[in-house]
Design a protein around this ligand. Structure first.
Ligand code: RIB
Length: 302
């Protein structure tokens, strides 16, 4: 069964410098290669899902500039319906300044630009997109009130909701109660509730009504907490060269699995495989695998 996904999210042009190590505050270092890659957590998750075989519609906003044109064209080229990705003539397309070190770890600073022009009003013209979808996927690179409105529209249209709270900010119990699958990494889980340990964060998130808590732990795999209990699903071991968009590869593939009717654990395994492949490649969207690659990768695992 092909799932229908609606992604409400960001589009950024990533400006990436490879470094031997990340600079300290006040320090200048010489980096290596400079590259630009299409990115943005929303667009990355939309592309990840489309390459996994989902039918994807995206709602977002770019500026009236070359980066915006390139990002819209790239998404369309991946088969994503971009009719609701608007062009704001008063804002620049979002960009991300990224450093990637020799062991694939990254730092990211986003200048949101047009992503902040995606107001709740923008969703009024895209109601049909909600009516047509099975699963909503959202992150936090757009205004929180827009994400909140998207969750409300999703509930009205009986969509399953996947929320990746990145970059993290404090979230209310009211908002969390509208989420079916909440997918933070370890740091984000703690930041969302202001907890000092992961266990405290888990207790608080469950107490606030999170139904399915899926915490990505990088090379340690994924901690899954659902009504069926708590288990850790291991990551597939690979040699990482660039971890940018690994989380997005996971979320896009996981949401595709859920839209196809997979159970949570099988959808997590699909996400883990997509993420494992993505970290062996450079860049955000160029690193995202197609379904055939994921299936072959999974077939080669013991
Ligand atoms: O998750 C990776 C993404 O975060 C990058 O592509 C960058 O644009 C930021 O949104």
């Amino acid at each position: 069964m092909q799932g229908k996904l609606l992604v409400v999210g960001s589009l950024n042009m990533d400006m990436v410098v490879n470094v031997s190590r990340h600079p300290q505050i006040g320090e200048t270092i010489l980096g290596g290669k400079f590259s630009t890659f299409p990115g943005g957590k929303g667009a990355n998750q939309a592309v990840a899902a489309a390459r996994m075989g989902a039918e994807v519609t995206m709602i977002g906003c770019v500026g009236q500039d070359g980066f915006g044109e390139e990002l819209r064209a790239g998404a369309a080229n991946d088969g994503i319906d971009i009719q609701y990705v608007s062009v704001d003539e008063n804002a620049a397309t979002g960009i991300a300044l990224i450093t990637v070190d020799d062991i694939g770890q990254n730092t990211i600073v986003v200048a949101s630009g047009a992503n902040l022009a995606l107001t709740p009003d923008c969703l009024l013209t895209s109601k049909q997109a909600f009516a047509n979808a099975d699963v909503l996927v959202a992150q936090l690179e757009n205004p929180l009130k827009t994400v909140s409105e998207a969750l409300t529209l999703a509930a009205a249209n009986k969509l399953k909701v996947v929320l990746n709270p990145a970059p993290a900010q404090s979230l209310s119990a009211e908002l969390l109660s509208k989420v079916d699958y909440f997918i933070p990494n370890e740091r984000e889980a703690m930041q969302v509730v202001g907890a000092e340990t992961l266990e405290a964060a888990i207790d608080q998130l469950l107490g606030m009504g999170v139904q399915n808590l899926i915490i990505t732990l990088g090379e340690k795999g994924v901690l899954v907490i659902t009504a069926d209990g708590r288990r850790q699903i291991p990551a597939y071991p690979v040699i990482a060269i660039d971890t940018v968009a690994a989380g997005d590869a996971f979320v896009g593939a996981f949401a595709t699995g859920i839209a196809e009717g997979l159970n949570v654990d099988d959808a997590v395994k699909l996400g883990n495989a997509a993420a494992a492949i993505s970290v062996t490649r450079h860049g955000a969207q160029p690193s995202l695998p197609i379904r055939k690659e994921v299936n072959e990768f999974l077939g080669g695992q013991k």
